[in-house]
Design a protein around this ligand. Structure first.
Ligand SMILES: [Zn+2]
Length: 356
C-alpha cells in the first residue's frame, strides 16, 4: 500500500461543519455574534484597546459584521509590533488568541454529536501509514481522532471520565500526543520506511500551550490541554503558559519554535514519500511562501503518481495546479468541488487495497 499525504486548510473544517466554522474572514464576525467581544451590542471593555487598534490600522471596527476583517493579517501585524518591543501589543495578541480559542470552543458545542461529520468519514477511510498535514488551528479533526481520550491517557491519567475514542483513527494521533510529552523521538526510527503515518499541525493548535520562561527546564516545550480557555500552568515552573499558534505569513515563527520546525521537517520527508497527494480545503494563499516551498519539495519525487484537489473555489484549485505545471501529466490531477464529490473516488482506493 502506498502512502497518501493529505493537506488540509480551513475549507475542510468549514465543510465538515456545514459552514458553522468560519474562514479567516469570519472570525471577528462570529466572535461578535457569539458575544465573545460584545455585550448587548457594545464592545466588551477588555476589547476596547483592540477595537481602537483595528479602527486606526485597518479602518474597521471589531463590530463590523459585514466587512471582511482578515484575522491572519491582524494577528501577523500585532505579532510584528510585539516583536519590535511594544509591550502593549502583548495584550492585544492575548486578546486575539482568546477570540480564536473562544470562537472554536463555542462553535464546537453547537455541533450535533450524533451526526457523523465529513471528518468522521474521512478518518474511517484513511490508512495508518497516511500522513495528515493540517494548517487548521481548531481541534475538530483532533477530536475525531480521539483527542480527549489520548490526552487523558497521556497527560491526565487520573482523569478517567472519557471513553470516546475512534477505533478507526490512524495510529499516528496517539503517537503524536505521546511525542509531545517526550519529544525525544527520532523520525528515522518511527517512519519505518514510510509505513508510519504522522499527524502534523504546521501552524500550531488552539489546545497547545507552551512555557515561555527561558529559565525553566520546560522552556519552549508544548503542553496540549483539554480546556484551552482555562489557564494552564507549566508543570515545571508553574508560570502561566501561552498558546502555540503561528501567524502563517511570518517565516521567523516557524524557525524559532522547535516543535513547529520539527513538524515542517517531517512534512518534507513525508511529502517525498507520497504516492497520492490530496489537498482538501486548502487554497494556497499567494502570501503562503512557506507552503509553496514545502510543496515544491515534491517536484523531484519519483513516488508521486496522483494529485487530488477538493475545493469549491476554481481559483484556489488553479493555484495548486500551477504548482505542478510541467512536472506532472495534467491528467493525473483530479478536481472536486467538495468532499461529497470526492468520496466515491476515495472509497475505491480501499477496495483496490483489499484486492491486493
Ligand atoms: Zn516552565
Amino acid at each position: 500500500m502506498g502512502k497518501t499525504v493529505y493537506i488540509l486548510g480551513a475549507g475542510s473544517s468549514i465543510s465538515s461543519t456545514k459552514n458553522l466554522y468560519p474562514s479567516i474572514f469570519g472570525i471577528f464576525k462570529k466572535a461578535w455574534e457569539l458575544e465573545i467581544t460584545s455585550i448587548n451590542k457594545h464592545v466588551l471593555s477588555e476589547y476596547k484597546e483592540l477595537d481602537n487598534y483595528l479602527r486606526k490600522t485597518f479602518g474597521l471596527s471589531i463590530s463590523d459584521r459585514y466587512k471582511k476583517l482578515d484575522y491572519e493579517k491582524v494577528f501577523t501585524f500585532v505579532d510584528i509590533e510585539y516583536d519590535k518591543g511594544y509591550l502593549k501589543f502583548g495584550l492585544l495578541k492575548q486578546n486575539l488568541l482568546t477570540i480564536l480559542e473562544s470562537v472554536f470552543m463555542k462553535l464546537k458545542n453547537k455541533l450535533d454529536p450524533d451526526q457523523e461529520s465529513e471528518y468522521g468519514r474521512f478518518i474511517k477511510a484513511i490508512n495508518p501509514q497516511d500522513t495528515i498535514i493540517t494548517y487548521n488551528w481548531d481541534v475538530l479533526l483532533d477530536d475525531t481522532l480521539g483527542r480527549e481520550f489520548f490526552l487523558n491517557k497521556t497527560f491526565y491519567p487520573k482523569n478517567n471520565s472519557s471513553k470516546s475514542v475512534n477505533p478507526n483513527g490512524p495510529n499516528s494521533y496517539s503517537f503524536f500526543i505521546t511525542a509531545l510529552k517526550n519529544d525525544n523521538y527520532r523520525y528515522k526510527d518511527l517512519s519505518q520506511n514510510g509505513n508510519f503515518g504522522f499527524y502534523l499541525k504546521l501552524h500550531g493548535s488552539v489546545d497547545w500551550h507552551k512555557c515561555e520562561n527561558s529559565e525553566c527546564k520546560s522552556f519552549n516545550k508544548v503542553f496540549p490541554t483539554l480546556f484551552p480557555l482555562k489557564e494552564r500552568l507549566c508543570d515545571e515552573c508553574l508560570e502561566p503558559t501561552n498558546t502555540e499558534l503561528i501567524p502563517p505569513t511570518l517565516n521567523k515563527s516557524i524557525s524559532s519554535e522547535p516543535l513547529i520546525r520539527k513538524q515542517w521537517n517531517i512534512a518534507i520527508e513525508e511529502l517525498k514519500l507520497a504516492e497520492k497527494l490530496v489537498f482538501w480545503g486548502y487554497g494556497l494563499p499567494p502570501t503562503d511562501f512557506n507552503t509553496e516551498w514545502l510543496i515544491r519539495q515534491t517536484r523531484n519525487s519519483d513516488n508521486l503518481k496522483n494529485i487530488y484537489i477538493i475545493n469549491p473555489d476554481r481559483r484556489h484549485r488553479k493555484r495548486i495546479k500551477l504548482l505542478f505545471k510541467q512536472q506532472t501529466n495534467p491528467q493525473l490531477i483530479k478536481e472536486y468541488k467538495n468532499f461529497e464529490e470526492f468520496y466515491p473516488e476515495f472509497t475505491t482506493w480501499h477496495r483496490e487495497d483489499e484486492v491486493r
